[in-house]
Ligand binder design. Structure first.
Ligand code: PBG
Length: 325
């Protein structure tokens, strides 16, 4: 007898496949991560992130206007300061590079774009950790939070619509919310990197921001262990309780199970960060002719959306906007 169910009927033409597709990617799903460097007067290419550069303030402004014209809804900024120190003062200095970039961008694109600022100190500390160190050389949770609250207020004052704490300190979201409220930044939103795993996939990013962790160290003392799931749910739920307006899972593709579980556990928007190593792997394999760049990029980005991402932070944002829609 013939089979009763014939799923192939809905696969028979491109038109019918498009009609019934569950997941649709659009330019509106993307946030572009951008790097801005305090020193120098020309953009500097990042070798391990082909197509991505360390911007000057002026090339950053051009890039953001172009992204706006292409329909990309927002950007997230990372800074490369001229000077680093023990506590990462560049993260909260009103004249720090990201604060200057935020105020120039706010003057240039206003509210047409969502301006996000990564809130951490690793780009600004001489030892490369995401916090300040205690006498034993460990990251001190509560002393670090003090610094994060100052950075949040400096970023909000400079014009950030969204601050995105990425340092994985316990209690950081609640403290940042209180500091923002106390300083009357009631409308500044928090996107919490809630489930941020200690991943090998951040390598190219550390080239991009010129960070080396002192003594060949790692971030396993504060970022999550990739063997664990329930811990991610606990972190996301705690962040929402502390006032996170949105939460994030990072990296993306190796953590689609976590993304789907977090999506089911909270009722705020859930972002996913397709990180530097995920982007670099596609670029490198495609450059060797081993995979089809466009096909693999779209497949992986679609998978991230299918797993539950409300939006995706991705170095492909501009490419997607230019080539797809
Ligand atoms: C911390 C931060 C990192 C990334 C985003 N925010 C680096 C880290 O935790 O080591 C990585 C992003 C990427 O790899 O694309 N400021």
């Amino acid at each position: 007898m013939f089979p009763e169910s014939r799923p192939r009927r809905l696969r028979s033409t491109a038109a019918i496949r498009d009609l019934v597709a569950d997941t649709r990617l659009s330019t509106k799903d993307f946030i572009a991560p951008l790097f801005v460097r305090e020193e120098g007067n020309a953009p500097v290419p990042i070798k391990s992130l082909p197509g991505v550069v360390q911007h000057t303030l002026s090339s950053l402004k051009d890039e953001v206007r172009q992204l706006r014209d292409l329909g990309v809804p927002g950007v997230i900024l990372f800074g490369i300061p001229k000077h680093k120190d023990e506590v990462g003062s560049g993260a909260f200095d009103p004249n720090g590079i990201v604060q200057r970039a935020l105020s120039e961008l706010r003057a240039s694109v206003g509210d047409d774009m969502v301006l996000m600022a990564d809130l951490c100190v690793d780009e600004y500390t001489s030892h490369g950790h995401c916090g300040v160190l205690n006498a034993k050389g460990h990251v001190d949770n509560d002393a670090t939070i003090e610094i994060y609250t100052k950075a949040a207020v400096a970023q909000a004052r400079a014009g950030a619509h969204v601050v995105a704490p990425s340092g994985m300190m316990d209690g950081q979201v609640g403290a940042i919310r209180s500091a923002l409220d106390y300083n009357n930044f009631l409308d500044t939103a928090i996107l919490a990197y809630s489930a941020k795993y200690a991943s090998g996939l951040y390598g190219p990013f550390r080239d991009a921001v010129e960070v080396q962790i002192a003594g060949g160290g790692d971030r396993k003392g504060y970022q999550q262990d990739y063997r664990n799931t329930r811990e991610a749910l606990r972190e996301a739920i705690a962040d929402v309780d502390e006032g996170a307006d949105m939460v994030m899972v990072k990296p993306a593709l190796s953590y689609l199970d976590i993304l789907a579980d977090v999506r089911a556990a909270v009722d705020v928007p859930v972002a996913a960060y397709q990180v530097s190593g995920e982007y670099a792997m596609i670029k490198a394999a495609a450059a060797n002719g081993w995979i089809d760049h466009d096909a693999v990029a779209i497949e992986q980005l679609t998978a991230i959306k299918r797993a539950g991402a409300s939006f995706i932070l991705s170095y492909f944002a501009r490419w997607f906007a230019e080539n797809n829609q």
